[in-house]
Each structure stands twice: as structure tokens, then as C-alpha cells.
Design a protein around this ligand. Sequence first.
Ligand SMILES: Nc1ncnc2c1ncn2[C@@H]1O[C@H](COP(=O)(O)OP(=O)(O)OP(=O)(O)O)[C@@H](O)[C@H]1O
Length: 336
Amino acid sequence: MSESILKVRGLTKTFKVPANAAGKNQLRALDGIDLDLARGETLGLVGESGCGKSTLARTLMMLERPDSGSVTWDGVDPFSLKGKDLLALRRRVQMVFQDPYASLNSRMSAADIIAEPWRTHKTMYKTSRDRAARVRELLHLVGLRPSDEHRYPQEFSGGQRQRLGIARALALNPSVVICDEPVSALDLSVQAQVLNLLNDLQKQLGISYVFISHDLSVVRHVADRVAVMYLGRIVETGATDAVFDRPAHPYTEALMSAAPKLDAGSRGKRIILEGEVPSPLNPPSGCRFRTRCAHATDICASTVPPAAVDASESGHVAECHHPRRPVSLGVPVAVG
Ligand SMILES: Nc1ncnc2c1ncn2[C@@H]1O[C@H](COP(=O)(O)OP(=O)(O)OP(=O)(O)O)[C@@H](O)[C@H]1O
């Protein structure tokens, strides 16, 4: 993989919640996340509701402080920064949200929405003429018209609103944009247009994306690499084709078996996952997936699985005692 712009190591985040019947009140939303993002790449982040995707995104955005572990942006720990240095780093990481209607202030014109981040980051454009010119450039960049600057969010279609949300995210010239379900509120035909726009912008501007989506066909379309999350951990990562076509973790295998296939001939047997995702207040010992895994044995309950690397495909890693592909094993960690 080329140079990393983001490195995450052993990231944990716990929330204090009302105690459950067993008296547990520490909800571990992230439990030892390791992640890399290369310059100019799109990393897809997939997993069921509640697995920690948004908490991870919020921590990368510096909106949540982790309990332990590290996040480094180009080698710099954002949580060690203050004042101007922190502001400069914040500028580099922006977010596009799922619902462009809810995330855009309906009382502000498109021009004011795009220019709003410059109120905090005052040094970016010094004169109102510079700001007005940049607003029009950004509208053009996302496929809106210069005259759209006077319109309000409710006067745009869903797709146009998301274009406006993207223009606002680009206003600070970020190097990374975290896209949290950016097309799931849009009609199918509009989804493709917005995905193509994100792709074009990446080519033009060299942006990296962390692309969170529950829609596996969208992730397959946009991501260079994929990270699969389950109950606060990343259980598999690798190049998109490798993870989709040759999943090593039984959880990934089940997820992918349920994803729509372009080539109907390649449709394999759909694996139905039994049971609910366990509560992060009381996660299973050893492998967190073992309670729903058809391949689990005693070791899965007693020992946290090692990171297992697919020897034939560099960077394809799964955390599993019984991977579905040949892998070279790391060192297992006994629990208790
Ligand atoms: N501020 C909070 N206080 C308490 N618990 C929280 C908080 N934020 C998230 N959680 C819990 O952390 C876990 C992970 O939630 P998170 O929203 O990150 O998951 P997700 O994968 O983004 O889910 P979804 O796809 O539904 O948005 C969940 O059990 C959630 O209830």
C-alpha cells in the first residue's frame, strides 16, 4: 500500500450507560481498532447497525476522545494539539452526512452554507470577493450552477442537496472526507450520479475517502479496500475484490453471500446468520463472532483470534481461528 495519511492503532472507546441486569455499565463501542488509509484511496467500512462505524467516524473527526490507542494524521496525534495547530488539522478532515436535508440549515442560502466553515477558519479567504469567487468555483466543481448560490436547501432536489453538502465539505480543501452513508437517502439513479461525482473529485483533488455504507454493492463500486466491522472490532480488511470474492472471515463470508451479485451465474449459497448481534455491554469471550459462527470450536471461546494474513494477497487480513482461506497465523491471545 502507498503512503498512509491515517494510521489507527488499538483504538478503544467506551461509553458509560445505565447498568444492565448484570450490573454492567461500560459499553465498549470500539475495542482495539487498527486501520490505515492511503493517500488518494477509498476505504469502505461495512458492518451491521451498532458495530461502531459512527463512533469510529466521530473519533477520526476528533469529536470523540478515545480511551486508549492512537490516531495519527500524517504522523501527528490530533488529540495532542491545541489552538491553531488543532484548527489546521481539523480543516483537513471533513464529513459528508447521510441526510443532506437534516445536515443543511434551511434558513441559509447555498452560498452561506458553503462559506460557513470559513467563519471558524478565518484565514482561508481574506476578502468577501475571494469568498464569493470560491463559492461559485465550488458550486461548479460539484455540478451546480453559479446562480444556485441564492437558493435554499429546500429548493433543491435530494441529489442537488447532497452536492451542496459535498461543496461545503470541500470548502476547507480537506485531504480526507469521511462519507457516512452519503447516498443511502437518495433514489438509485441519483445515487450513481453522486458516486460518480465523488469519484471525479477524488481524481481531480487526490482526496482520500472513508466510505461508510451498509449497501455492499455501493461499497464494491467505490472502495479500493474494505474493512469489515463486527461488535467494535475490524475482523477483516483487504483489497475490495479479495474481500468480496474470497472472504476469509466467516462473518464477511455471510455478509457477502447476502450481497446482490452483478453476475447472476456467480451467485453462491446465501448464508443466514442465526441470532442477534450480542450487546457490546457484554461481548462474548474470545472471538466476538463465535456465538453466531457455524465454524466455532472451543478455542474460539477461550482465545482472542490472531490477525491472520492471507499469504497470497498482501494486506488481506482476517481475525479468525478457522479462516475460510489459507492464511498464515499471528500469535493468539489467551483470555481470562
Ligand atoms: N454517546 C453514546 N452513548 C452511549 N452509547 C453509545 C453512544 N454512541 C454510540 N453508542 C453505542 O455504541 C455502539 C456503537 O454505535 P455506533 O452508532 O457507532 O454504531 P454504527 O455501526 O454506526 O450503527 P448505525 O449503522 O446504526 O449507525 C452501539 O451499541 C451504540 O448504542
